[in-house]
Design a protein around this ligand. Sequence first.
Ligand SMILES: C[S@@+](CC[C@H](N)C(=O)[O-])C[C@H]1O[C@@H](n2cnc3c(N)ncnc32)[C@H](O)[C@@H]1O
Length: 272
Amino acid sequence: MSDELDGVREHYRATGLTERLKTALAALGPEDRRLAPEQLGTLDQFHTRGLAATAELATLAAITADMSVLDIGSGVGGPARFLAATHGCQVTGVDLSEPFVDAARYLTRRTGQSGQVTFETGSALALPFDEGRFDVALLQHVAMNIADRARLYGEIRRVLRPGGRFATFDVVLTGGEPHYPVPWARTPATSFLLTAAATRAAIEPAGFRALAWQDDTETAKAWFQQLRASGPPSSPNLGVVMGPDFAQLAANLGRNLLEGRLGILTAVFEAV
Ligand SMILES: C[S@@+](CC[C@H](N)C(=O)[O-])C[C@H]1O[C@@H](n2cnc3c(N)ncnc32)[C@H](O)[C@@H]1O
C-alpha cells in the first residue's frame, strides 16, 4: 500500500507550489488584499466542471450552517472554501500531499477564512479524526487514486455520525482502457478506477444507504466539448498547480469521456 501512496504523493508533489501561487496571484492585487473565494475558482477546483460541480454536490448533500464537514483529498482547498463561504459550515480538509495542504492554508489566509476552514496532512486510508466527528464527508475526484476502497469507505463511515451524509463525485470506468496521462495519474500505476456498480458495491457494505445516484457523464462531456471550443484557458488556472502539461492531462480526460471509456458519477449516501 505504501508504494501506491508514494506514487500518488509523487504525482501531486507540486514543488514550490505556494511560491508559484503567490506569483500567479500577484495579478489580483497585493498580498494583504483579501480575495473572494470565487476569484480562485479557475485554479482551486481540481475536478470536472469546477465550481459548478462543487455547488451541485453541496446542494445535493443538503449542507447547512450548523454542520461540520470533512473534505477528503481536499487538494488546494477550493471546495472547502466554497462550502464555508456559501453554506456557512465549518470545514476540515485532509490531503496526502503536503505541498497541497501548505498551498490550501496559504489560499485560505488570502480569503480570510482560516477561522472556519482548516487543513491537515493525512491519508484517507487512516483519517486522523475521532469516530462520529463529522456531519458530512465529501470526496471529489479522489477515489480514482485509491486501490483499497473497502478501507477508504470504512474510514469515511467511521468519522461520520450515524445519519451523517457522504457525498462523492468520481470518475468511473465505463469500457476499455483509458488513455493516459490523466489529471490524477500520469500512468496506470497510480490509477485505480472502478465501474459505478463496483463503486456502489464497495460503499454500501461500509454502512451506507444511497440517497441520490446520478450518472453525470453527459453533462461532463458537454462541459469538455465547450472547453475544447473555447481555446486555451485564461490565467491563472490549474497549470499553476500541476505544471505545464495539465492542459494535456485534462484533454485526455475529456477524450476518455467522449470515447465512452470513462464516466462521471455523483452520489450521496446516508450513514446507517
Ligand atoms: C484530483 S485532486 C482533487 C482535489 C479536490 N478534491 C478538488 O476537487 O479540488 C485529488 C486529490 O486527492 C488527494 N489524494 C489522493 N489520494 C489520497 C489519499 N490516499 N489520502 C488523502 N488524499 C489523497 C491528492 O493529493 C489530491 O489533492
